[in-house]
Each structure stands twice: as structure tokens, then as C-alpha cells.
Design a protein around this ligand. Structure first.
Ligand SMILES: Nc1nc2c(ncn2[C@@H]2O[C@H](COP(=O)(O)OP(=O)(O)OP(=O)(O)O)[C@@H](O)[C@H]2O)c(=O)[nH]1
Ligand SMILES: Nc1nc2c(ncn2[C@@H]2O[C@H](COP(=O)(O)OP(=O)(O)OP(=O)(O)O)[C@@H](O)[C@H]2O)c(=O)[nH]1
Ligand SMILES: [Mg+2]
Ligand SMILES: [Mg+2]
Lengths: 279, 286
């Protein structure tokens, strides 16, 4: 029997609600369900019971498609790249950039790589001190200037230090910024021009809703993102923002932050996300 | 004469409110999408939509109103109803406890509130009650210095209740004491307990839930958890200088029965504004 239009729509509506309640942005839900609809157009099924399962399978595959676009093997990238590899971390305010850098340093340590951190958030109260505590606990060098200094200069110094001391990875922490603030977006572009990072990592918040698309798109247009890290998934957020971000910028989610500890960083997998979305 | 009276009649008929069901359904569909994109809770959108549709089809539009305006007016009323009574934070001696999820803007907002009350002529002090986040004390001290307000802190004390009680004792002659606490979420029992312990030891006059305008569907459940522990008395919606609409705030208000008292519009101590329902709603509806 052909997939009846009405049945298709009813099942899709149910699934759309699941996605929306999981914080997948509405335009992304629209595109995914449109894709499913066109794939199922006029498809013939053997039994009546197959319909719901068939639609769900098609939806899951569409979602996997979004989440596996332009894949990046982080470990492989670090292993093969000429040293020092420069990683720059960007995103809006409070998403978890600084804490994520500490976790990545731990991750790299566990794999035998040495790191240098650049305190390029020279604006926010306590930002440099926050990194000071992390770098001391992790036993890695922190390159910092005085508060209010030039973020690009700090990043430059860190890269030079890493080259001189044969360190493997430079991690540049930047200030949170609203994608609507032109001056701050220009500042970020300048840090990129000066530091020439090999990886631009967008750090997002799993708790974010529809604005995740606008935020990530604007950052991507400004500095071209390599991949994203989504934090605070332990807060019980379903994390549909992962889908929103991946769809908006066409780049992979590299890791998920699952807590405040240095080990609370999990490599992202599309299957894990699909299971999380559909219970 | 006939032509004048005919013209009068036609004019009267043109002003009769008439309800165009198709237009109404279309406008409601657009509003539904706008609310979802504004991060209003999905179930709440369904409930609101049902009420709006019932009212739109059963109530007479006001004279001269188009079908579309008729619906918008009803939507507006429904959203204002959810937002509840607005509240002006009283200018009296009080303790304010800041609570909320990670990175929402509690510490930054504490500084904004300090400046706000100081400008109103009150004596303000702050307490560094976040014993977990690296350099939380340094952050608050730098903010306190910027707004010229004393701050109580202890780098070696890991018991948040002890710090807060110490600060309240030190500042007992101040008017407004703002207590910063650590970020936490609903699933962290030990941290929810810590927050409840501070609340029970201090019994603060105001408990402000600080909420990021970008928050999605988790706003309601998280706000409820915070409210169950400390009885929230006000919501501060931050980061409205971005593009987020802040629909999660509706769920927070519904869960806590507390009004939105202020909004945050930037990173500096001056970036605090009173909550303005009409502006918020028109932004919500895009
Ligand atoms: N539960 C949980 N908390 C997190 C996670 N990642 C970060 N946090 C917390 O979120 C808060 C903000 O983290 P930061 O690392 O300071 O965020 P940021 O993006 O650097 O913030 P700004 O520099 O101010 O923009 C801190 O309290 C962190 O401990 C996570 O994966 N899980
Ligand atoms: N643009 C903008 N940024 C804000 C606003 N409020 C706070 N921030 C920024 O958001 C980030 C997090 O602010 P904090 O005050 O550290 O947040 P918090 O809730 O105390 O974080 P934790 O203590 O780690 O839970 C910082 O970069 C702040 O400058 C706001 O209204 N607008
Ligand atoms: Mg930071
Ligand atoms: Mg804080």
C-alpha cells in the first residue's frame, strides 16, 4: 500500500514534537521532516504496521546524515598535524569555553601531548585567574598579559612560546561574545588573523533553544568553524542544539561536556544523539 | 438624501466586526510557529493556541479591528496573563540570594543589582557564596571593586553556609546584601541540598532565579527544581542584547509564580533594565 499522506503527516507531527521538545530548532525540524516526506513520497509498504517504524527509521537516518557531515577525527588531526597545533575556542557568553579548554588539556595529556594555554579573554572579571587555577592544576603553561590587554597579542605570544619550547598544542581561550556585537566579532577575527589557528572550535550550550542556529551561523560566517563542542549535557537537556548547530554550519560535533570535572568530556557520536532524542 | 444615507449604511456595515475563520487559522498558525521559535515551552504553545483559537472564534472583534488584529490582541492578553503581576523590587533593607543554572549570569547580575540599589541611595554589600567555581571569588571581588561595594569572601572556606552567615554578620548594618551562589542544575542533589541549606540558614527576603534568554525547553523543569528548593521570588532574564527571544522565561514564571523583575542587556554593571512586558511580548512574536 502507498504511504497515505494523512498517516505520514500524523506520524511526522508526533516526531516533530519530540524534536522540538528536545530543543531542535524549528527551521531544522522543518528541513528534516521535509526531507523525510520527499523520501517517503509514494513509497510502497508491505504491511500496515510498517508505517510508523518506516517513518521513524527514515527520520533517524536523516538526523544521522546531519550529524555526520564533514566528519573530523580529532585524535587523528592532532596526531598528524605539524606541531604546535593551534586550537581556538569561541562562542557566546557562559557556554563553557574555559572549562572545556581545561578538559581538552586533560584529554591531550592522557594521550601524551603537551599544551600551552593562551588567556585571550582579557576582558571578563576573573577570567585570567580562572585559567590560572586550571593551568596550575593541570601542570601546563599559561600565557597571559595584564587584564584589558590585547587578546591577539596573548595568542601570538602563546604560539611563539609553543614553537620555542616544542609544545604540541596551543589552546586559545577567548571571551564570550554576542554574535550581534560587531566590535567583538571583529576582535575575534583579529585573534584568528594573528594566531592562525588550525582548528576553530565553537563551544555551545546544550540548554540552548532556537537561538543556537543564529549564534552558530553568525560565528561560522565570521571565522569558519571546524567543529563544535556542546557543554552541560548532564543538566538533562536532550541536546537538540547539537542538531541545530550541525545543520546550521554543516560541521561536526566533536565532543560533549558532561560535567565540570576534567574527565567530563565525551567524544560525540551520532548514534548516541539519536538514542538520546528518541529515548 | 438616499446616496448619503446609503453611504452611511455601507460605512456602518464595513465597521461591523466580522470574523474570517481562514485568516484567523492562518494567523494562529504563524503565531504558534513564532512562539516555538521564541523558545516558549511546546506544551504551553499548544495550550495557548487552543485558548486563542476558542476566544478568537467566539469573541467579537472590537470595532474597526481586522481579523488579524483581533487575534493579536487576544494573544497579547494571554501572554500578559501568563507573565502575571509585575513587581517593583522594594527599596528596603533586605538580603537577595542569586540562584540559577551554570553560566546564566548570576555573578555579573549581582554586580548590576549592586549598582542599581546604590544609585537609589541604598548601602549595598555582596557575599561571595560560590565555593566551587575556580576564581569565583576573584570574579566577584573585581566586580565589587568596579561598582565600589564591599564584598565578604573566604578563599579557604568550603562551606557555603558558613561564608554567607559570616557575611551577613559583617554587613548587618548595610541595607542590601547580595549573595552570589554557584551554578547548579536540577540533577545535582548535593548542590541542590547546598542551596537549600543556605536558604534555610539565611531565609533571604528575595531569591532571584537568573535565567539566560537563550534557554530552550529545559527552562520550566529547571525553574521548578529551583523553586521547590528555595521559593523563587523573582526572575532576572539575561543576555537580551543578543537575538534570543526569551520564551523560556514564560515557563520560569509559570513554574515559580514569580515575576520577571529585571532584564540583563550586556556585560557591564549598567546593563540592567526594568522588565517591560509589552516590549518583551512584541519581541517574542517577532
Ligand atoms: N554541569 C556542567 N557545567 C559546566 C560544563 N561546562 C562548563 N560548565 C560550567 O559552566 C560555567 C561556565 O563555564 P565557563 O567555562 O566559565 O564558560 P565560558 O564559556 O568560558 O564563559 P565566558 O568566558 O564568561 O563566556 C562554569 O560554572 C562551569 O563549571 C558541563 O559540561 N557541565
Ligand atoms: N552579553 C551579555 N553577557 C552577559 C549578560 N549577563 C552575563 N553575561 C556574561 O555571561 C557570562 C557568564 O556570566 P556569569 O555572571 O559568570 O554567570 P554565572 O551564572 O555566575 O556563572 P556560574 O557561576 O559559572 O554558574 C559572562 O561572560 C558574563 O559577562 C548579559 O546580560 N549580556
Ligand atoms: Mg571563559
Ligand atoms: Mg557565578
Amino acid at each position: 500500500k502507498r504511504l497515505k499522506f494523512r498517516v505520514l503527516n500524523d506520524v511526522l507531527s508526533e516526531l516533530e514534537i519530540i524534536l522540538m521538545e528536545s530543543d531542535v530548532a524549528l527551521p531544522v525540524v522543518d528541513e528534516i521532516t521535509a526531507e523525510v516526506k520527499s523520501e517517503l513520497e509514494g513509497v510502497k509498504l508491505r504491511r500496515k504496521e510498517d508505517v510508523g517504524e518506516f517513518i521513524e527509521a527514515s527520520l533517524k537516518s536523516a538526523i544521522r546524515g546531519v550529524l555526520t557531515t564533514n566528519p573530523v577525527d580529532f585524535d587523528d588531526f592532532i596526531a598528524r598535524h605539524e606541531k604546535p597545533v593551534v586550537l581556538m575556542f569561541v562562542g557566546v557568553n557562559g557556554t563553557g569555553k574555559t572549562t572545556t579548554i581545561a578538559k581538552i588539556v586533560q584529554y591531550l595529556k592522557d594521550r601524551g601531548y603537551s599544551s600551552v594555554i593562551a588567556a585571550s579573554d582579557t576582558f571578563r572579571a576573573g577570567a585570567i585567574e580562572q585559567l590560572g587555577i586550571h593551568s596550575a592544576r593541570l601542570g601546563v603553561k599559561l600565557i597571559k598579559h595584564q587584564a584589558g590587554g590585547d587578546p591577539a597579542a596573548v595568542a601570538y605570544d602563546a604560539v611563539e612560546h609553543a614553537k620555542a619550547r616544542h609544545k604540541d598544542v596551543v589552546l586559545i581561550d577567548t571571551a564570550g561574545r554576542m554574535q550581534t556585537n560587531k566590535n567583538l566579532m571583529d576582535e575575534m577575527k583579529k585573534i584568528k588573523r594573528v594566531a592562525k589557528p588550525h582548528m576553530m572550535i565553537y563551544v555551545g550550550d546544550s540548554l540552548a533553544g532556537n537561538d543556537a542556529v543564529e549564534q552558530a551561523s553568525t560565528f561560522n560566517e565570521a571565522v569558519s568553524i571546524t567543529g563544535a563542542i556542546l557543554c552541560k549535557i548532564d543538566s538533562d537537556a536532550r541536546g537538540g542544539a547539537a542538531l541545530s548547530i550541525a545543520h546550521a554550519v554543516g560541521k561536526p560535533i566533536l565532543f560533549v561536556g558532561t560535567g565540570q570535572g576534567y574527565k567530563d568530556l565525551v567524544p560525540f557520536s551520532a548514534d548516541w544523539m539519536v538514542n538520546r532524542l528518541f529515548g | 438624501n438616499l446616496s448619503t444615507s446609503l453611504r452611511k449604511t455601507l460605512k456602518k456595515i464595513a465597521n461591523y466586526p466580522h470574523i474570517d475563520k481562514d485568516v484567523i487559522r492562518e494567523v494562529i498558525h504563524d503565531i504558534q510557529r513564532a512562539l516555538v521559535m521564541a523558545d516558549v515551552n511546546v506544551r504551553m504553545v499548544r495550550d495557548i493556541t487552543r485558548r486563542i483559537e476558542e476566544r478568537a472564534l467566539s469573541e467579537r472583534p472590537e470595532a474597526g479591528m481586522s481579523s488579524k488584529e483581533h487575534v493579536i490582541r487576544i494573544v497579547y492578553e494571554e501572554l500578559v496573563h501568563i507573565l502575571g503581576e509585575s513587581k517593583e523590587v522594594p527599596l528596603k533593607k533586605m538580603n537577595i540570594m542569586m540562584v540559577g543554572l551554570y553560566g546564566q549570569g548570576k555573578t555579573t547580575t549581582a554586580g548590576k543589582l549592586a549598582r542599581y540599589f546604590q544609585r537609589k541611595g541604598m548601602r549595598v554589600a555582596m557575599i561571595a557564596g560560590d565555593v566551587h567555581r575556580p576564581a569565583a571569588i576573584d570574579q566577584l571581588r573585581q566586580i565589587a571593586e568596579k561598582v565600589n561595594v564591599p564584598v565578604y569572601y573566604d578563599y579557604d572556606e568550603k562551606d557555603a553556609v558558613k561564608i554567607v552567615l559570616g557575611g551577613l554578620e559583617e554587613f548587618k548594618h548595610e541595607d542590601i546584601i547580595i549573595i552570589d551562589t554557584a551554578g547548579r542544575h536540577a540533577l545535582e542533589d548535593d548542590l541542590i541540598d547546598e542551596m537549600r541549606c543556605i536558604f534555610e540558614a539565611v531565609n533571604p527576603d528575595e531569591k532571584f532565579l537568573v535565567l539566560d534568554a537563550t534557554i530552550g525547553q529545559q527552562a520550566g523543569p529547571q525553574a521548578k527544581a529551583f523553586n521547590d528548593a528555595v521559593q523563587v521570588t523573582g526572575v532576572v532574564l539575561t543576555k537580551l542584547d543578543g537575538t534570543a527571544k526569551g520564551g523560556g522565561a514564560l515557563s520560569a514564571v509559570a513554574a515559580t509564580h514569580a515575576p520577571i523583575v529585571f532584564i540583563g542587556t550586556g556585560e557591564h554593571p549598567d546593563d540592567l533594565e526594568h522588565f517591560d512586558p509589552p516590549r518583551f511580548i512584541s519581541r517574542l512574536l517577532g
